[in-house]
Design a protein around this ligand. Structure first.
Ligand code: THU
Length: 130
């Protein structure tokens, strides 16, 4: 299944009664496996989770740790870029050249690398004195 098909399909399962903004995310691992996630909101608003976080959790639960590419889709006027927190979560498992594609349901598409999405990311190199 393509990342686009997978992200579109899982977006239907989003639990977004507060924002009414359904998001689907799909990622392919270096082993070629696709994992998906959708946003899951909560009446205690800060407890909601993003689609990207769901896909990353599914990947980790399956025992994988390496993202090869990812795609996020929402019904938006312009491609939805991952929030700051999700950029950091994606960077944990994506090298700087990994491509993240952002799409609208209307077919507009924007692809950026991990390094472009999170320049100057905090990473393992910062902790080398510990
Ligand atoms: N959201 C995501 O799931 N991923 C993004 O990249 C942007 C925002 C969700 C969080 C919340 O449930 C809703 O979209 C509105 O912010």
């Amino acid at each position: 299944m393509s990342l686009l098909e997978a992200a579109k399909a899982v977006r239907e399962n989003a639990h977004a009664p507060y924002s009414n903004f359904k998001v689907g995310a799909a990622l392919r691992t270096s082993a070629g496996v696709v994992h998906v996630g959708c946003n899951v909101e909560n009446i205690a608003y800060p407890e909601g989770t993003c689609a990207e976080a769901g896909a990353i959790a599914a990947m980790c639960a399956s025992g994988e740790r390496e993202i090869a590419e990812a795609l996020v889709i929402a019904d938006a006027p312009l491609p939805v870029t991952p929030c700051g927190g999700c950029r950091q979560k994606l960077a944990e498992f994506s090298g700087p050249d990994v491509k993240i594609t952002m799409m609208t349901m209307g077919g507009e598409s924007l692809t950026m690398t991990m390094a472009e999405l999170l320049p100057g990311a905090f990473g393992a190199a910062h902790m080398e004195n510990t």
